[in-house]
Design a protein around this ligand. Structure first.
Ligand SMILES: Nc1nc2c(c(=O)[nH]1)N[C@H]1C(S)=C(S)[C@@H](COP(=O)(O)OP(=O)(O)OC[C@H]3O[C@@H](n4cnc5c(=O)[nH]c(N)nc54)[C@H](O)[C@@H]3O)O[C@H]1N2
Ligand SMILES: Nc1nc2c(c(=O)[nH]1)N[C@H]1C(S)=C(S)[C@@H](COP(=O)(O)OP(=O)(O)OC[C@H]3O[C@@H](n4cnc5c(=O)[nH]c(N)nc54)[C@H](O)[C@@H]3O)O[C@H]1N2
Ligand SMILES: [Mo]
Length: 690
């Protein structure tokens, strides 16, 4: 028997991007565990990924190319050969391109975060083809925009510093479920005497374990940050020296926050004035005593109309109190921009001959249902989906499903499994999992470049995304040398070695070692140096004004809330959010039995008063609905959900629920204030016993 240990990287869309050690016995991966030497992984994988072999060897893996034989959505397919599949796709694409190349649309997100399997060969292919570009907005673009306006780039506090903080504000995140290795640091800080505060409308697993939980109304975070700034300035809890040297627009900010008294703030946020006062005082006083104060902003607060502004306002806080002076102070949203990714080499935008339109992935429902028009261009005729499951995850799912059901649409899906989206495909192509291919990773939650070696040979007839697009490129007659590069060739170009942060990057040694930290400073903004046009933290931001936004921090109310839309709230009085379930990764892993069994079935958490008003008891099947659609779930009557709010942990595959639907039946395609992102948590519904 041969037994080897292979260095790999978790590919999933999670800030933690763990270093994995894969045990391979006689060509079979038998165990996946966290690398004990990797500082952020620290030998620990989440429950989901420690079951990665169950997913790779799952009996339902798609291991052959398939052609649809049933109706779209029905899920009946037959096996075909790779030659037949690729010939069918190439001839169909040539036909569509002869009318308009922009009628072809790629649809991908972060099924794998790998730079090789995630973006390289596929992007090159679509650039060369002249397909529509895709704006990849479904997750992080609202907050990303707000962060960049204020601080210049997505660079922040290193996760490895958080254990040294004396106060940690966990803002709009549930790290026990979705950012476990940050939570391990926060726990260490707690043991060393730090205070942990969660800001979340829901008593999540994390909120439950913090010292304090501020359960504000969804979509009101921007207001809370304004209220905090009011108190900090009023009570002189600011770092005058830092503000003077390294920020822009303090006087205008001071005037702006004048009206944001604790009383006014509290009314908007649905909390008490004391909570506003105390939060600001905890934060400002600790900072003034010289203690590191850190904020972990996550994604929960971004999925509402004013999501971008909320992140922007919060990003003003550390500069105001001088928290950036400490390595363990400041704010972390994402570490993405610390990585000097060489996107031009990976994606080859130069292959695109003429300018093309951009389709927003977050409104794919509307996009698929649009006719040809002078404003929007040609009707979409072909979609190639990879690394994504839009029929389950995109907002306003009834329209998404209707769009994918169009008989005159040609759909190809590259997948591991027969997902809700794959059910609508004309051709399904079997893709390899992370154990079967090579990749290199940047991350959004720590500062290590990560390598993934192939642990085992591809199962069945599966091929890596790169190889599939290589073969398609050859059939389309694309002969640029970049379409012949190997996965190793591509990985070797992933980071820009002329950038000081990646000066020591070398693919061959990274592959052997598994991971390597970027050469980045510990306290990135201790002495200012913000990558904004002014070089300062911009309380006042001219770029925002140029983009038609308020240049100063402000509050943008949700589209759908009792306060902002009382008419709608008469019919649909309950807010609804659908954040990630602990045992799923978006819609990935929902089909892994051991994990689905732990989650049970789709649930809806509802406050006892709201349940009683509707005659709903513990465990009742309920119907959740609004003008866009409806879905059913089992009621969990609990005060974890604040009154007026229901919570449906997600993202279920539609086909695993009682009525073949999920939470996205009722979410809307309206977009955020900046970044063109979806507003998944900006939803009013009514609930009734099913
Ligand atoms: N186990 C697991 N881990 C994951 C994922 C997963 O599906 N499962 N998904 C991954 C991905 S793609 C992402 S983007 C991240 C997302 O993970 P997080 O960044 O943690 O974001 P969410 O889970 O969307 O929301 C986190 C918390 O925000 C709260 N929230 C909702 N609305 C608001 C609001 O208006 N204000 C505030 N303050 N809080 C609000 C929710 O109640 C929830 O408890 O996690 C990644 N990690
Ligand atoms: N209601 C509601 N909707 C949401 C959210 C929410 O909180 N609530 N969260 C939103 C967020 S934050 C995000 S990021 C999106 C996530 O949306 P998606 O990025 O679509 O994520 P997944 O649902 O995990 O689907 C990824 C798919 O990629 C496939 N895949 C993985 N690796 C590979 C590979 O190497 N090759 C190929 N071909 N396929 C691969 C997996 O099998 C999986 O089916 O969902 C969004 N939708
Ligand atoms: Mo996400």
């Amino acid at each position: 028997m041969t037994k080897t240990i292979v260095r790999a990287t978790c590919p999933h869309d999670c800030p933690d991007t763990c270093a994995m050690l894969v045990t391979v016995e006689d060509g079979v991966a038998t165990q996946v565990r966290g690398d004990p030497d990797h500082p952020t992984t620290a030998g620990v994988l989440c429950t989901k990924v420690s079951r990665y072999t169950e997913r790779t060897y799952h009996k339902d893996r798609v291991l052959h190319p398939l052609r649809r034989v049933g109706r779209k959505g029905e899920g009946r397919f037959e096996q075909i050969s790779w030659d037949e599949a690729l010939d069918t796709i190439a001839s169909k694409l040539k036909e569509v391109v002869s009318r308009s190349s922009q009628a072809v649309v790629p649809y991908s997100y972060a099924g794998t975060m790998g730079l090789v399997q995630g973006e390289s060969m596929a992007m090159r292919f679509f650039n060369k083809l002249g397909a529509s570009q895709l704006d990849r907005t479904i997750c992080a673009s609202a907050g990303g925009a707000g962060y960049k306006y204020t601080l210049g780039a997505r660079i922040g506090t290193d996760v490895e510093q958080f254990q040294n903080a004396k106060l940690i504000v966990i803002w709009g995140g549930n790290p026990i479920a979705s950012n476990l290795h940050f939570w391990m640091r926060a726990q260490e800080a707690k043991r060393r005497g730090a205070k942990l505060i969660a800001i979340d409308p829901y008593r999540s697993l994390t909120a439950e374990k913090c010292h304090q939980h501020i359960a504000l109304l969804p979509g009101t975070d921007a207001a809370l940050a304004l209220g905090m700034m009011h108190v900090l300035i009023r009570d002189a809890l600011i770092d005058r020296d830092y503000v003077e040297q390294y920020t822009l627009g303090f006087d205008q900010l001071k005037e702006r926050v004048q009206k944001w008294t604790p009383q006014y703030t509290a009314e908007i946020c649905g909390i008490t004035p004391d909570e506003v006062e105390q939060l600001a005082h905890d934060y400002g006083t600790a900072a003034q005593q010289g203690d590191p104060v850190a904020i972990r902003i996550n994604y929960g607060l971004q999925r509402v109309r004013g999501g971008g502004m909320a992140v922007r306002n919060i990003c003003c806080l550390p500069a105001l109190v001088g928290a950036w002076r400490h390595a363990a102070g400041g704010v972390q949203l994402s570490s993405s921009d610390t990585f000097p990714k060489n996107s031009a080499a990976l994606q080859r935008p130069d292959l695109l001959q003429t300018p093309v339109r951009t389709i927003n992935m977050s409104t794919i429902g509307d996009e698929l249902l649009r006719e040809t028009s002078p404003q929007f261009g040609p009707k979409i005729e072909a979609v190639i989906v990879y690394n994504a499951n839009p029929v389950a995850v995109a907002p306003e799912s009834p329209k998404v499903a209707q769009g994918f059901a169009r008989d005159d649409l040609f759909t190809v899906v590259l997948e591991h499994f027969q997902t809700d989206t794959a059910d609508y495909a004309d051709i399904v192509l079997p893709a390899t999992t992370q154990l079967e291919h090579v990749d290199i990773h940047a991350t959004y939650g720590h500062l290590y470049m990560m390598a993934n070696n192939a642990a085992i040979a591809p199962l069945g007839k599966a091929k890596p995304n790169t190889e599939i697009f290589r073969l398609l490129a050859a059939r389309m007659g694309f002969d640029d040398p970049c379409f012949r590069e190997s996965d190793d060739d591509i990985a070797a170009q992933a980071f820009d070695r002329t950038n000081a942060r990646a000066i020591h990057f070398d693919w061959d040694s990274l592959k052997q070692r598994g991971w390597q930290k970027l050469d980045a400073p510990d306290a990135p903004f201790a002495h200012g140096g913000f990558p904004t046009p002014s070089g300062k933290c911009e309380f006042y931001c001219e770029r925002m004004q140029a983009d038609g936004l308020d240049p100063l921090p402000t509050y943008i109310a949700p589209y759908e809330s009792a306060a902002s839309n009382p008419e709608l709230a008469k019919r649909y009085p309950l807010g609804m959010i659908s954040p990630p379930a602990r045992n799923f990764l978006n819609s990935t892993f929902v089909n892994v039995e051991s994990l689905r069994d732990t989650e049970g079935e789709p649930h809806l958490d509802i406050h006892p008063d709201d349940a009683a008003q509707r005659g709903i008891g513990q465990g009742d099947q309920v119907r959740i609905f609004n003008d866009r659609g409806s879905f059913v779930a089992k009621a969990r009557v609990t005060d974890k959900a604040r009154k007026g709010l229901v919570v449906g942990l997600s993202i279920w595959w539609k086909k695993f629920s009682a009525d073949g639907k999920n939470a996205n039946e009722v979410t809307s395609q309206r977009l955020t204030d900046m970044g063109n992102a979806p507003t998944f948590y900006d939803v009013l519904v009514q609930v009734e016993k099913a």
